[in-house]
Design a protein around this ligand. Structure first.
Ligand code: GLN
Length: 543
């Protein structure tokens, strides 16, 4: 039997509902249960793929090619369970499905309404594909009290009734702020937030209280009393130095025990949390530090590079060092001699990106890394910039650029209009829809013998990584670029799409067309991040 845990949020947004859900998933796993984590988002976009990273942070891509909310990245990093298209749904997705059914005539003459048609579609989305897992954890995006979340809350209210307390549990995450002038933690916002939930017919079974200091017994009792939950079901979610300490902190607060108690499951044995203890110990006692410059575009909103930042932390864990990140807006390097600022960094990373602004600065950073023999890692757009740099400065193609920025003399990076997906051919036309039409999800690549990447991937000949791009390095320039010293060390199995480039005579210079950061886990750091941070450690010994 699958048990459902719904996680809602109140008072303010950004309290860390995604991490809370992911951490509970990790705790249940540590007790031997299987989990599946899902997120429902109340906005009207069909998926976050068309949203600016400034609006919504990173777009997380699953193996099956869905563009999803970044919380799915936390779910995967905490549980190792690969997410899929079915694990993220938005209001836009639900409505477009219901409207498509209406147009087909599936409702047989009925008036199509929010209740029951939208709510039924939400319930189907929650239940679909959860057979066989012990716990399905369902995070409801947004904050209670928003108009947008009402259909989702109504759907979980109904499901709560249908499944009963043995089948469903509601956890509500709120804020318990400390008011310095009063010298007190305040419980009123939590009380009001639970009232909002009660207004729509939902009584939470646990209140998870985000706070910056421990909650004294008197305040806990007060929350329990006014919110109508057991005092043991008032769990403090204290600010943590690292997100990977959250499962341990929740366990210390008794969260997993309380969840099992709710479902009348035995909780006499302790969970195996050694995985998390090891990660936290490594993060707390690094043997050194490296400084890595991330030269990108959306550097003032760190959520836009969430998985990247985490993968670099994982690379640090693998090498037992602290990784200090210096986020630089690439436009800075468009001023003469500004790249000199990169002097002394132990690694340079150019991440994924879109659009022309700041590209000359990225190219300047690539050139600096290549010429000064600083470890370099180019991801997706970063690889494309590295190829343009090589074409211009090594292969004598002064007019080299990407057609993403308009027509150019030497289009070393061009629009992908056709590619193989298994035995099928995917086709795109210039000027088509932008939503969900990139080359998305897991695709294989073949690694060249004797290359650095082959070694990094432990000798594997064929790998699979997640992609999200519309443009691609043009294979027709391969010979010219290889003659100039750039090696194409990873190619799609049909030999037409360059996936990886490297310089054999550089200490560590790798560009990849895919997003390795999406598959890195704290307990299984991605080999490329392990290798890149390792190269930065070697560089730190040199400078
Ligand atoms: N803008 C580039 C493309 O569409 C790179 C995309 C990315 O970095 N994710 O190919």
């Amino acid at each position: 039997m699958t048990r459902f845990v719904f996680v809602t949020g109140g008072v303010v947004s950004s309290l860390g509902k995604g991490i809370a859900t992911a951490a509970l998933g990790a705790l249940l796993q540590a007790r031997g249960y299987s989990v599946r984590l899902r997120k429902l988002d109340p906005y009207l976009n069909v998926d976050p793929g068309t949203m600016s990273p400034y609006q919504h942070g990173e777009v997380y891509v699953t193996d099956d090619g869905a563009e999803t909310d970044l919380d799915l990245g936390h779910y995967e990093r905490f549980t190792g369970v690969a997410a899929s298209r079915a694990d993220n749904a938005t209001t836009g997705r639900i409505y477009s499905d219901v409207i498509a059914r209406e147009r087909r005539g599936d409702y047989l003459g009925a008036t199509v309404q929010v209740i029951p048609h939208i709510t039924d579609a939400i319930k189907e989305t929650i239940l679909r594909g959860t057979e066989g897992v012990d716990f399905a954890l369902i995070e409801i995006g947004g904050t209670v009290g928003d108009i947008e979340s009402l259909p989702f809350l109504e759907a979980i209210r109904q499901l709560g009734n249908e499944l009963g307390p043995e089948g469903a549990m509601i956890i509500h995450l709120t804020l318990v702020p400390y008011i310095p002038s009063a010298g007190e933690l305040k419980t009123k916002p939590t009380q009001h937030s639970v009232k909002e939930l009660l207004n729509v017919g939902i009584q939470p079974h646990m209140v998870l209280c985000r706070c910056d200091r421990p909650i004294p017994a008197a305040e806990r009792r007060k929350i329990a009393l006014f919110c109508n939950v057991h005092p043991q079901a008032v769990i403090a979610a204290l600010d943590a130095g690292t997100i990977y300490a959250v499962p341990l902190n929740y366990h210390a607060e008794g969260m997993d025990r309380e969840v099992l108690r709710h479902f009348r499951l035995p909780a006499d044995r302790e969970p195996d949390l050694s995985r998390w203890e090891k990660i936290v110990a490594a993060l707390h006692a690094p043997e050194g530090a490296v400084k890595i410059a991330v030269v990108g575009k959306y550097t003032n909103l760190l959520d836009s590079y969430k998985s990247l930042a985490e993968a670099l932390v994982h690379g640090g864990i693998a090498n037992r060092v602290r990784v200090d990140l210096d986020w630089v807006d690439s436009q800075v390097f468009e001023q003469p001699d500004a790249v000199a600022q990169l002097e002394g960094v132990h690694g340079i990373l150019v991440p994924g990106g879109f659009g022309e602004r700041g590209t000359e600065g990225k190219i300047a950073a690539v050139q600096f890394a290549r010429e000064r023999r600083v470890p370099f890692f180019g991801i997706c757009f970063g690889m494309q910039m590295a190829v343009i740099e090589a074409a211009r400065n090594l292969a004598g193609l002064g007019g080299a650029s990407s057609t993403e920025f308009g027509p150019c003399e030497a289009p070393v990076v061009g629009l992908l209009t056709e590619w193989a997906r298994g035995n099928e051919i995917e086709r795109r036309a210039a000027g088509g829809n932008l939503g969900g039409t990139m080359r998305l999800g897991a695709y294989p690549a073949m690694l060249a013998e004797g290359s650095l990447v082959r070694n990094i991937y432990g000798g594997a000949e064929r790998i699979s990584e997640r992609h999200r791009h519309r443009y691609e390095v043009n294979i027709r320039y391969r010979d010219a670029l290889e003659e100039a010293g750039l090696r194409f060390s990873g190619i799609s199995p049909d030999g037409v799409l360059p996936e990886i480039i490297e310089y054999p005579d550089h200490p560590w210079f790798v560009g990849v067309q895919y997003h390795p950061e999406l598959k890195s886990k704290p307990f299984a750091p991605h080999p490329l991040f392990h290798g890149f941070v390792g190269a930065a450690v070697a560089q730190a010994r040199l400078v």
